[in-house]
Write a protein that binds this ligand. Structure first.
Ligand SMILES: *[C@@H]1O[C@H](CO)[C@@H](O)[C@H](O)[C@H]1NC(C)=O
Ligand SMILES: *[C@@H]1O[C@H](CO)[C@@H](O)[C@H](O)[C@H]1NC(C)=O
Ligand SMILES: *[C@@H]1O[C@H](CO)[C@@H](O)[C@H](O)[C@H]1NC(C)=O
Ligand SMILES: *[C@@H]1O[C@H](CO)[C@@H](O)[C@H](O)[C@H]1NC(C)=O
Length: 336
């Protein structure tokens, strides 16, 4: 239960911080668990990073799901994700993964930029490389270990032992597992960049460093994990267990969920589902954003919308661009 408590507290807090409550309130006035408050006080310099991490994660979730029935919309009031943060569905899995990853990303970026005493660039690489092949490590390699540690401490807390190996989960171990998939996503999408030196760009010598991928890449990676997420059984509801269910060995990179998702078609206030009514759809697309799928077969309305654009732009010597205003009428479709 502890993890659930911590994580809902975490999500509540994100709700508060992303809703723009002044940071000056500090740790004492935020809805944190005692342990989180303690961590917050000890690592006060990370307060803005936690906020950034939350924003990054929410924005990327909405980006990845912009064409889907569930579009990762967040409530104005905490808890941010409402039903989805506790439903034990694939969506819960994605939320936990992207939140944990966002925190690692933001904390690591702060560490790299500011090279602080507590955390900085990855110094283990300094001086290494291969002189024979003409390259060496240099610059600032992102040191994700600190951010990963912080994300674990802040989000996961106390549950030490996961029973993933036995294929049995509770909601808290499931959340924790999925958070870890998110943190590993940062690790797995890292890449090496190099800069050339040498006479007139001959690239005789290269300086290389490791960087995290832009968070959008991490989002794409996690969205793929979401598409291939695996249903596991809920240990706390043994009665529901099917006798013939074989024991799954769960891959560390797979997102896990317990419950089938609702279809997200119709509004269900009790579950915080907003439904797809009035969502904009694409009449010609056969993907999830197509009117057929997005509107769940209810049909759609067509609106004529006027669009004004700059057009026929010409460069005028010297030095500006002159354009005309062009109007066009476009069809827009929204779900019934
Ligand atoms: C970061 O700080 C350490 C120690 O203060 C220093 O040795 C290192 O060169 C710095 N790295 C960068 C990239 O500024
Ligand atoms: C965690 O659980 C596994 C399997 O139940 C057990 O073998 C292992 O010793 C446990 N680890 C800790 C640190 O308790
Ligand atoms: C998600 O869809 C709802 C309507 O179903 C809309 O009100 C909301 O703005 C959308 N959220 C995002 C982030 O696009
Ligand atoms: C609608 O879908 C088609 C086919 O996938 C695509 O070519 C087109 O750009 C989409 N239109 C909009 C407005 O997104």
């Amino acid at each position: 239960m502890k993890t659930i408590f911590f994580t809902t507290v975490f999500l509540r807090w994100l709700g508060v911080t992303s809703a723009g409550v002044p940071e000056k309130l500090g740790c004492a006035n935020l809805p944190l668990s005692p342990k989180q408050r303690d961590l917050c006080r000890k690592k006060l310099f990370l307060l803005p990073s936690i906020q950034d991490g939350a924003r990054l994660a929410i924005a990327e979730c909405q980006n990845q799901f912009r064409h889907e029935r569930w579009n990762c919309s967040t409530g104005q009031n905490p808890p941010v994700f409402g039903y989805e943060s506790t439903s034990g569905t694939k969506e819960t899995a994605f939320i936990y993964a992207v939140m944990a990853a966002g925190l690692v990303h933001a904390v690591t970026r702060t560490c790299s930029q500011d090279n602080m005493t507590e955390c900085g660039c990855d110094s283990r690489l300094q001086g290494g490389g291969s002189a024979g092949e003409g390259w060496h490590w240099g610059g600032c390699s992102d040191h994700i270990q600190y951010g990963t540690w912080f994300s674990r401490r802040f989000i996961d807390n106390a549950v030490k032992n996961m029973s993933a190996s036995r294929g049995e989960h509770t909601l808290s171990t499931m959340n924790q597992h999925n958070s870890e998939v998110g943190r590993q996503a940062i690790h797995r999408t890292m890449s090496t960049h190099c800069r050339c030196h040498g006479v007139s760009g001959s690239c005789a010598v290269k300086t290389c460093w490791k960087t995290m991928a832009p968070f959008e890449r991490v989002g794409v990676y996690l969205k793929e994990r979401y598409e291939h997420s695996v249903q596991v059984r809920d240990r706390s509801r043994r009665k529901m267990r099917r006798k013939d269910q074989r024991r799954l060995t769960v891959d560390k990179q797979q997102l896990l969920f317990f419950n089938k998702s609702p279809n997200y078609c119709l509004e269900d206030r009790r579950q915080g589902v907003v439904g797809t009514r009035d969502r904009r759809c694409n009449r010609t697309s056969s993907g999830p954003d197509g009117c057929n799928l997005l509107c769940c077969g209810r049909g759609y309305n067509t609106h004529l919308v006027r669009r004004v654009q700059r057009c026929e732009c010409k460069f005028v010597w010297c030095c500006y661009v002159r354009c005309r205003r062009c109007e066009s009428m476009n069809d827009m479709h929204t779900c019934k």
